[in-house]
Structure formats: C-alpha cells, structure tokens
Design a protein around this ligand. Structure first.
Ligand code: PLP
Length: 403
C-alpha cells in the first residue's frame, strides 16, 4: 500500500492554486534579498506608511476600556452609524446603519456579498485588468466569472455597451472597481451613468462597487455608483480602512447593501468568522470621525510619487502608459518588448520579463497576468521616493538592453 498522501483528501476547490503572482514575485524578491542581492521591491500592494498614531492610540484605549469581547456580527453600532454617516455625507449614499456590514477587511466583505448572492452557475461580469481575488472568490462561491478585458488604448475601461452585450439571464452581478487596482483608472460620472442605464432594466442584476482606493485620488473625484439615480438598491458598496488609513494589518472593511442583502451577508460572515475585532472597530470610528490630515498627507506623497512614475515611464520609448488618476499603482503596457532578447535571454512573455527584470536588474514588479493581462506589468509606488527612482532607473536600463 502506498503511503497516505494528505493532499489526496483535499476538496477540488482547495486544489485550485490561488498563489497569486504578487505573492510569488514578492517572495522571490525577498529570497534574492536574503541572499544578499540588491533588490528594489515595486510589488507591494499596501501603504508603506504606518497607521497614524491617533488611530493606534484609539485601539489601545479601546482595549483598556474593555473592547476585548466578541462584537455583534455586522459590527459595533457606533461604527455602523459612523460608516452610514460617511457614506451619506461624502458619497451621497443613503444607506441606514442597519444596511452596513463591518467585516475583517474589504476582502471578507466581498466574499460575504458573493456567498450571499450567487447560486451555482450564476454569472459575474468582471472587468479586466482586475484584482484577481474577485475571480477566485466568485469561483469559490460557485459563480461563473465572465471576463471582459480592456487594454491601455481604452484607459483600461470596458465601455457600457460591451458590458450590456455580455449580460445573460444568468448574470447576477457586475463588479466595478474604481479607482482600480492594478490600473489606477477611475470611471467618470458619464461612464458610470452609462453603466447605470445598462443595469436598470435587468431586475435581477446587482453591481458590487469596490471603492477601497477612494481617498488615494489625484486629478479626479471618484464617484460612487450607488449614488446614481435609482442605483442605491442595485448596489453593494464596498470600502475599507486598509489603503486610505494605512491599516492593512488591522483587517477592517465594510459593505453597504439593501437590507435583505446586508442581512444575508452578515449570516455568511457569522458562519465563517463572526464580527470583526472589537478594539479595531473602535479605532475605525476614530479614523472616520477625527482629523483626516494624515490621509491628506499620505495622498500628497502618493501624488508626488505618481508624478515621478509617470515622468520616468513616459520617457521609455515603446512603453505605453495610460493616465494614473488614482491609487498607488502604474500599469504600463510592455507588449512591445515581448519577443525581444538581451544576450541569451529571450523575453517571450510578460512573466519572463518580470522574472528577468528581477534577476538581472534587481527590480521586482508584478506581471499583468496576475490581473488578467498579458501585455502589462504592475509597479507599486507605495515605496519611498528614493527606492522608486532607483527601481524605475533599473527598469528603464533593463528595457533599454532588449533588442
Ligand atoms: N479591493 C481591492 C481592489 C484591493 O486591491 C484590495 C487589497 O489589495 C482589497 C479590496 C482588500 O482590502 P482589505 O485589506 O480591506 O481586505
């Protein structure tokens, strides 16, 4: 008898690999660094700032005050109220506090929504390039991803008419992520209105609007899809504290949805993790209701870095770049370099290009394939200006050797 193989008992869903290219590249870069190689990491999808002090202090104070017990599954009432107020005042979204579900990160809020909405075979329209977790979680929830792709020529935005053509009688949900990870693209009001017109006549169709990068915007004011006429009942708005308040490790996010959907989402969450951490939620209240100077300071730094990235990448011939109105990512199209060689290195794909840039030029980026795109790579500018300048210099120097 052959020895027992524990992997043989895994469910099919657990054998599909979700080891994202982001994690793979970051790990590879760290391994090279550990071996003494000088590597600049432009892979990281989180703020390089620490959480502002007054938010940290609020968590310590909350622990001292006894917020160390289970929280209600959908969140502490004070936080749900603060979120409802924020959505009303800043986003024009008329959700009541009982329509808010606080989760362990926006990621869980998205999973709650997908598990609450999808029956096996229900279709979800995903607009690529996209944050790849959408596809993984849709599949885990039994849904079928229907992926529509837009390239750099369209500023990475899929027009509403194409979305309209992809809707079938199984389509339950469209996921919109504006500002977008990985492209930095932001939907204009008229683009959102065109989508609302497409959605309106389909009575079973919802939109999940992931607005987690809303505060990291430079030349634009991102709009909430749910604030459009008639759309609040058709929208699940997702947001969180990770990016705007530099709170990735705290795991705090939320969703707002029509009451029956919010209740179903809370039931899903109750089955898996219950409520988010109590003292973290108290800190979330402070983040939302006290001074936002810290958010503005971080935004200004990202804006300076965005300018550095746009200038450096703009100077590389054959590389194509869409505007970066928001987020801390650039997503240049490097398709023109694929098929070229440097010495005995043949660059046959964007994955190979990223590996080669890391190994031969000491700059770690993430291949676009991690986001459903085979022509682009992602550069994170959530790093210091000196690292950014160094990394971009290496990228330009590396690409210049390809013929
Ligand atoms: N949505 C997008 C587009 C993201 O990029 C991320 C994190 O990278 C998340 C959601 C999840 O954020 P959280 O840390 O709140 O789970």
């Amino acid at each position: 008898m052959s020895p027992f193989d524990p992997a043989s008992v895994l469910a099919r869903r657990a054998t599909r690999s979700d080891e994202s290219a982001i994690i793979r590249m970051s790990q590879k870069a760290r391994d090279l660094k550990a071996r003494g190689q000088d590597v600049v990491m432009l892979t990281i999808g989180e703020p390089d700032f620490n959480t502002p002090h007054h938010i940290q202090a609020a968590a310590r104070e909350a622990m001292r005050a006894g917020f160390t017990h289970y929280s209600p599954v959908a969140g502490l009432p004070e936080l749900r109220n603060a979120i409802a107020r924020k959505l009303q005042e800043e986003n024009g979204l008329p959700y009541e506090a009982n329509q808010i579900v606080v989760a362990n990160g926006a990621k869980q809020a998205i999973a709650d929504a997908l598990f609450a909405l999808l029956d096996p075979g229900d279709e979800v329209i995903l607009l690529s390039p996209f944050w790849v977790s959408y596809e993984t979680t849709v599949t885990l929830a039994g849904g079928v991803p229907v992926i529509l792709h837009a390239s750099v020529d369209k500023d990475f935005k899929v027009p509403a008419e194409r979305i309209a053509r992809a809707i079938s009688d199984r389509t339950k949900l469209i996921i919109v992520n504006s500002p977008c990870n990985p492209t930095g693209a932001v939907w204009t009001l008229s683009e959102l209105e065109a989508l609302a017109e497409v959605v309106a006549p389909h009575e079973r169709l919802m939109v999940l609007s992931d607005e987690i990068y809303e505060y990291i915007a430079f030349d634009c004011e991102p709009r909430s899809f749910g604030s459009l006429a008639g759309m609040v009942d058709r929208t699940i708005t997702v947001n969180g504290f990770s990016k705007s308040f530099a709170m990735t490790g705290w795991r705090l996010g939320y969703a707002a949805a029509p009451a029956p959907i919010a209740q179903a989402m809370a039931r899903m969450q109750s089955a898996v993790t219950a409520g988010a951490n109590s003292f973290v939620q108290r800190a979330g209240i402070v983040a939302l209701t006290e001074s936002r100077d810290c958010v503005e300071e971080m935004r200004q730094q990202y804006r300076r870095r965005r300018d550095i990235v746009a200038k450096a990448l703009g100077g590389i011939s054959d590389l194509r770049l869409a505007p970066i109105p928001a987020t801390f990512y650039a997503f240049p199209d490097v398709g023109a370099f694929l098929g070229r060689t440097s010495g005995n290195h043949a660059i046959d794909s964007v994955d190979t290009l990223c590996d080669w840039l890391l190994e031969e030029h000491g700059v770690a980026t993430v291949s676009g394939t991690a986001f459903g795109d085979k022509q682009c790579l992602r550069i994170s500018f959530a790093v210091s200006e000196s690292d950014l300048t160094k990394g971009l210099g290496r990228l330009a120097a590396g690409l210049a050797t390809l013929t």
